[in-house]
Design a protein around this ligand. Structure first.
Ligand SMILES: [Zn+2]
Ligand SMILES: [Zn+2]
Length: 262
């Protein structure tokens, strides 16, 4: 069977991924409607009923909007820190089967070990994850205004990494739909990573073991999948890291399933 990892969708309007090992079935964030998540899992022959838990990075709606329908109704355990759990319950008016962790802590779900770490973003207590499975490690590093030495170190053991490439600086500056205050928020040290910032982060993170780099959380208006791909893959090629397979993700559809350890 192996360990299978599928990004069900990623973008500034919704984020959700699915990880399956022999013993454990997890969602990482649930930022689409319950119906959408159910449909996308069904394409893999899976359903929310079979989940062992949902890991939550932070309470912004593009990461949690399907939680009430999925985790609330089915009583699927929600793995989050206290501040994030309280913010979600207050916003959604639902009480979840919370499994609380302290930010920075490591915990197990079946045969999976989840390491958590703090990221700089404008939410209550946002985190990234490094998920260690029997077949390899999957890292999540999205929704951060800038990288720190800590986050780089924590995701460096990843074999597959989801890294935010939110916007192209020029497209964001030229965008006429967003007010200046929103642009300031996105660009701040607690906002989102640009393509250039993602490329710089990838350069620091890359190891011989990193094989798959998914560019995630792309802005629909202020980025293009091919642009994000180009900026990051050119940087990796320049430093001799052509072994990393770079792929942009989409909010509209799931990415092809990655079988780890193959
Ligand atoms: Zn966010
Ligand atoms: Zn987000």
């Amino acid at each position: 069977m192996g360990v299978r990892f599928t990004i069900l969708g990623s973008g500034s309007g919704g984020n959700c991924a699915y990880l399956e090992t022999e013993e454990t079935r997890l969602l990482i964030d649930a930022g689409f409607s319950g119906r959408q998540i159910r449909q996308r899992l069904a394409l893999l022959g899976r359903s929310p009923e079979s989940l062992n838990g949902i890991l939550v990075t932070h309470e912004h709606s593009d990461h949690v909007q399907g939680l009430a329908q999925i985790a609330g109704k089915l009583r699927i355990p929600l793995y989050c820190n206290r501040h994030t759990g309280e913010a979600i319950e207050a916003a959604q008016g639902v009480s979840f089967a919370r499994r609380l962790f302290e930010t920075g802590a490591t915990f197990e779900v079946g045969d999976v070990v989840v390491e958590t770490f703090s990221i700089p973003h404008d939410a209550q207590d946002p985190v990234g994850f490094l998920i260690r499975t029997p077949a390899g490690n999957v890292g999540f590093l999205t929704d951060l205004g800038h990288t720190t030495r800590l986050v780089i170190e924590r995701v460096r053991p990843a074999h597959a990494l989801v890294l935010e490439a939110n916007h192209d600086l020029k497209l964001l500056q030229e965008d006429v739909r967003r007010p200046w205050s929103t642009k300031q928020r996105i660009l701040s040290r607690h906002g989102h990573l640009s393509n250039d910032a993602a490329a710089a982060a990838a350069e620091q993170i890359v190891t011989a073991d990193l094989r798959h780099l998914y560019l995630g959380h792309l802005s629909r208006d202020c980025n293009r999948p091919e642009l994000a791909y180009q900026v990051v893959s050119e940087r990796l090629e320049r430093i001799g890291a052509a072994h990393v397979r770079v792929a942009s993700t989409s909010q509209e559809a799931a990415s092809p399933t990655l079988v780890l350890g193959v």
